[in-house]
Ligand binder design. Structure first.
Ligand SMILES: *Cc1c(COP(=O)(O)O)cnc(C)c1O
Length: 396
């Protein structure tokens, strides 16, 4: 205990206080378990915030990274590199999108998507006052552009002014979107399943109506798949279950399974009418090490039938969580898709999460009243049962 406490004290003296961290120093991971410095074992239903899809210490993944480290880690985007070419081809194949730009994070992928949309509007009419419609309760990241379209006033307040010409509508309320559309609208952006905002999936009706509106008015549909994508909701990207295609999409989090990467992808139509040489760039984005991570992740998704597993275990997780909704008055409902689930309480969940951590189960919240379940995508039904036993002991 003492060693952990000492490290935490040092951290609080050295790091900027931007997080209220749980009092744990994690040391290593294996499969779906994490271990703290004292060797205490935790079942992980957070996966580093929907990142470690393949679980910890995956040998094939680790070996691919080690091999690339020994070859070359970075060369810059002035030159081509084989891992990035391979990763882009694989992403094209699994997404059905045409063009890829690699970034280092989710927020940067969102920034790129915003720039592409504004450029698309600019090339159409030469105007520089285009508008973007985003959703209330959305989360798109902490950089200024991504923050500007994040529908949480608390996150934005102190950092005003935001980038201009952003309008907010309500997810799953098509009329609210329609009422924000003007002749200046160049894009509509939302998460296919809202993550931080409380696990709200877009309804099929909403998705289809927004898509039709976008086609009618030549507005770009941008879907943020940073949290809900990469298999988590039972298809490679969550939008693929809706029978539509976005014009631009963003991905990150599980894309690199721990190596910091992201990407925004677009259709050929958008690519031909938006960003060109000199418009956008990044020093690290898609470097050989980062791209080799994406390559291996996409290979392992296929080899290990990750999406099949999500559909099987996700259904089971839903069923088990629904039992809790039935059993406890203070649990109101369950929302989610696949292995992205939220349990909605009628009270703050902070105490339950702390109790779970004490009992060796890593859970996180989404807003004050919701426990979020975003485990590694390799979990089994037995892990769900194990989680349920610990969780129930904390609910008593
Ligand atoms: C996490 C997240 C982001 C931001 O990604 P970072 O890598 O933290 O910058 C953007 N959008 C969604 C939906 C996210 O969940």
């Amino acid at each position: 205990m003492e060693m952990m406490k000492e490290y935490i004290e040092e951290a609080e003296k050295a790091l900027l206080h931007t997080y209220n961290r749980y009092q744990i120093v994690f040391d290593k991971g294996e499969g779906v378990y994490l271990y703290d410095l004292n060797g205490k074992k935790y079942l992980d239903f957070c996966a580093g915030i929907a990142v470690f899809a393949l679980g910890y210490k995956n040998e094939a993944y680790n070996q691919a990274l080690k091999d690339q480290i020994d070859k070359v880690i970075h060369t810059s985007n002035y030159y081509y590199n084989v891992p990035a070419i391979e990763a882009a081809k694989k992403l094209q194949k699994v997404s059905g999108m045409d063009r890829v730009f690699f970034t280092n994070s989710g927020a940067e992928a969102v920034e790129g998507a915003i720039k592409a949309a504004r450029k698309y509007g600019y090339l159409k009419d030469g105007q520089t006052d285009h508008e973007i419609i985003a959703m209330e309760h959305s989360f798109h990241g902490r950089t200024m552009g991504a923050l500007s379209i994040t529908g949480n006033p608390k996150y934005r307040e102190a950092f005003q002014p935001m980038i201009g010409n952003i309008r907010f509508a309500t997810l799953n309320d098509f009329d609210s979107v329609l009422s924000q559309v003007t002749e200046k609208t160049c894009a509509i952006i939302f998460e296919t399943v809202q993550g931080e905002g409380g696990i709200h999936p877009a309804t099929e009706e909403f998705m289809k109506k927004v898509k039709a509106l976008c086609e009618e008015k030549d507005i770009l549909l941008i879907l943020d798949e940073i949290q809900c994508g990469m298999g988590r909701c039972g298809s490679m990207f969550a939008w693929q279950k809706y029978g539509i295609q976005p014009d631009i999409m963003t991905t990150a989090k599980a894309l690199g399974c721990g190596v910091p990467v992201g990407a925004f992808l677009m259709t050929e139509k958008v690519a031909e009418n938006s960003l060109v040489a000199g418009d956008h760039g990044t020093t690290y984005g898609g470097n050989p090490l980062a791209a080799s991570a994406i390559n291996k992740v996409l290979d392992l998704f296929e080899e290990n039938h990750i999406i099949e597993n999500v559909n099987m275990v996700g259904g089971y997780l839903e069923k088990r969580l629904d039992e809790l909704v039935e059993k406890y008055d203070f649990i109101e409902t369950r929302r989610g898709r696949g292995l992205m689930q939220g349990l909605v309480f009628n009270c703050p969940v902070g105490n339950y999460i702390q109790k779970a951590l004490d009992a060796g189960l890593v859970l996180i919240n989404a807003g004050t009243n919701i426990i979020r379940f975003i485990p590694p995508l390799v979990i089994t039904k037995e892990h769900v049962d194990e989680m349920m036993v610990i969780l129930e002991s904390c609910l008593q």
